[in-house]
Design a protein around this ligand. Structure first.
Ligand code: ZN
Length: 355
């Protein structure tokens, strides 16, 4: 009998570990930095979400993320007839599970106001309850006092901006002048706002992309149609909470969702070149050279606008090798626009291929 119980316990242990395997997201590090895959906008039952805080950690682990923030609404707690209101509950409940799973948990909260100013996540705080005050400006001040990173969430959310276009209202300009906005969401769930790239470049802010998930991630982004949730890629000096925070304030980010990468060119360019490599020609005849372009990342790259006599477009599929046949008349490098790497409101990344 004792033996049977031990076997059952062992099986239970194996099932527990086996049912939660971590996916590997193939995205390169940048020189001098590790690429941390993050989701800084998640809800739980402690505001209007439907899951318990520890579920967010398990999801992040399985999705291959490095860091998450639970950001329950401070001002909107529709389940308070059944669940006591505690603005720090997400953090308190998930903190030890995050340690168990090697996920960096960022202490956060969502300051939830009508537009303007709209919704803001305060990240890297110590006590969310101090942010639950009447005036939005006082809430921001309380967050700043705790050293918070303030992220303007979904600035073009149609419920608040019917035309879907983000606008800088006087209060935003005031916040920017004080240095109280540190990042803006480009991706929020399946929406994105190209104008955010202009704002982030103009004011030197971090471009962020998050799920803002209220339900279950695997139901919101079912594979294979949705290979990943929206995420912020943060280029940190090391994989720690402190280094993550430093990188966020320094604006070293890109965002990734489906097959789109967006952000500042200074990060998008080295990111692209770390994803791909070009081989020396492996064969030539009188007319052509033959070589290969390898894409070692999960992001496909769609290269367009090739020059005359070169392939007009190249699709570098994710985790694949693409064969290129090139006329000997052509001199390298080949130049392309990468259609799915957005570096500005009306701008995509320009790259050169050479071996
Ligand atoms: Zn939210």
């Amino acid at each position: 009998m004792k033996k049977l119980i031990i076997i059952i316990l062992l099986c239970a242990g194996i099932t527990y570990a086996g049912s939660g395997q971590r996916k590997i997201v193939h995205l390169p590090d940048l020189p001098g930095y590790v690429t941390l895959k993050c989701d800084f906008h998640l809800h739980t039952v402690f505001s209007d979400g439907n899951v318990w805080p520890t579920v967010r950690v398990g999801e992040a682990y399985r999705d291959g993320l490095d860091a998450i923030a639970i950001t329950d609404h401070l001002e909107y707690t529709p389940k308070d007839d059944f669940i006591p209101v505690d603005p720090n509950a997400g953090w308190k409940i998930a903190e030890s599970t995050a340690k168990d799973f090697n996920i960096i948990l960022v202490h956060g909260a969502e300051i939830t106001r009508k537009m303007p100013p709209g919704h803001f996540n305060a990240l890297f705080i110590q006590d969310a309850s101090l942010l639950a005050v009447d005036s939005a400006m006082d809430a921001f001040a309380a967050a700043i006092k705790q050293g918070a990173f303030l992220q303007w969430n979904h600035p073009g959310w149609k419920a608040q901006e019917p035309d879907g276009i983000p606008k800088l209202y006087p209060i935003h300009k005031q916040l920017l002048e004080k240095g109280w906005i540190h990042g803006i969401e480009f991706f929020n769930d399946n929406e994105y706002y190209p104008l955010v790239l202009t704002f982030c470049k103009q004011y030197n802010l971090a471009v962020t992309g998050n799920s803002d998930n209220h339900g279950v991630i695997s139901e919101s982004y079912p594979a294979p149609e949705w290979p990943n949730r929206p995420m912020t890629l943060v280029f940190a000096k090391e994989r720690t909470s402190e280094a993550l925070k430093e990188a966020m304030f320094a604006g070293r980010t890109l965002v990734y969702f489906r097959d789109i990468i967006a952000g500042k060119e200074e990060y998008a360019k080295p990111f692209f070149y770390k994803c791909i490599s070009v081989s020396k020609p492996y064969y030539e005849n009188e007319k052509n050279l033959y070589f290969e372009v390898t894409n070692n990342s999960d992001v496909p790259f769609y290269l367009i606008n090739g020059k005359p006599d070169t392939p007009s477009s190249l699709e570098l599929s994710a985790n694949s090798v693409t064969r290129v046949v090139l006329s000997k008349k052509v001199t390298l490098p080949l130049t392309y626009d990468v259609k799915n790497v957005m570096t500005g409101e009306n701008e995509v990344l320009k790259v050169e291929l050479k071996y």
